[in-house]
Design a protein around this ligand. Sequence first.
Ligand SMILES: [Fe+2]
Length: 290
Amino acid sequence: MVQLPSAPTQNAVNLRGNYAHAAADYSVAQDYPHYTDDDHDIWRTLFTRQLPLMEKYGAPEVMAGIEVLGASADRIPEFAAVNEALLGLTGWRIVAVPGLIPEQHFYAHLAGKRFPVSVWMRNRSELDYLQEPDLFHDFFGHVPLLTNPTFARFMQAYGEAGPKADSHQAIKMLARLYWYTVEFGLIQTPAGLRAFGAGILSSKGETVFSVDSPAPNRLGFDLVRVMRTDYLIDDFQKTYFVLDSFDQLFHAGYDTDFAPLYERYAHEPAYSPDQVLLTDKVITKGTQHR
Ligand SMILES: [Fe+2]
């Protein structure tokens, strides 16, 4: 699963979802009866093959979140029912959206503790690869960790950081932080390295690759390093950044004044996706062969 962290364009006509009935904040009704048997069956296929991998490769907080939200292979989750559980845990809710939304709306939703989840399911021919986030990516990949108070507070802080990044013409730097953590982050756990990023967790191949493969670099998380590093949107990552804890992520996002970073680095060339620096905390130096 590969997709952009937020809308790449104001022009919705190229996107797959139906934006015709979206509200001003791009929310739509989930329209649950609209899902076909095939939609539920594709959900079941994806959920059933991904869940067992969570035991070995997923951060324990992900599995805990799936369980407490009551998500199962049986059928596509009903957002209203999920929200009843989620609101009580962290004050977050999910909102249905047609697909990718413009970034200022995306940031506003996160700042308001609302996570946008695409309403549509991919086709059966797209089990392994999809360019836009669908319901399975958004829900299975992102929503379980919103039950974790520390991670949820980071997500809110991230949303709040959006307008400032925009005013410094540094959205790209902020997007890299999202990409290398929320989408493709790894974390140290007592049981070893585990994945928590949604782009990993919603991809069978990358779930195994990110943790087990000798190919990619795995580097200790460093906020500025991450925000200065380009990423790949159409292949498995060449570098994964590894958190010590979700506390580390929260404090990096919440305690940092980003403005001086934007001023210093926003117009500098970025590090390439496979680069390893002398200053990096190298956990694995990847072969980059696969
Ligand atoms: Fe995502």
